[in-house]
Design a protein around this ligand. Structure first.
Ligand SMILES: [Ca+2]
Length: 106
């Protein structure tokens, strides 16, 4: 499957290995020139993603708790994770149980 295309130097693509299974995979690079000539190069890599068992940390930096807001207000978050934050969701007056289940009980 094609996972990326680079058209200018530095030629690089981002590969999210979380979308691949753990184990051996072959990376194939195909270079093409303006005349349509091509060349390929293969390497073998082993994907080894450990399960992410640590919950992320999240806080709201702005506005401050108890603050008065009006109009269009930007809400600023601070989020971090030892593996990676995929997204931050903002809810008003409650949030989904799906998100609640991901958080550790304290
Ligand atoms: Ca984590």
């Amino acid at each position: 499957m094609l996972v990326g295309t680079a058209t200018a130097s530095p030629y690089e693509c981002s590969l999210n290995t979380a979308t691949l299974g753990n184990g051996s995979h072959t990376l194939t690079a195909v270079g093409k020139n303006t005349a349509g000539n091509s060349a390929t190069a293969d390497i073998s890599v082993t994907v080894s993603n450990v399960p992410d068992t640590e919950s992320p940390t999240i806080s709201i930096l702005s506005p401050e708790s108890g603050g008065i807001v009006s109009g269009n207000t930007t809400v600023l978050f601070d989020a971090s994770d030892d593996v990676g934050v995929v997204k931050v969701e903002l809810y008003v007056d409650g949030h989904s149980s799906r998100l609640q289940r991901r958080s550790p009980s304290r």
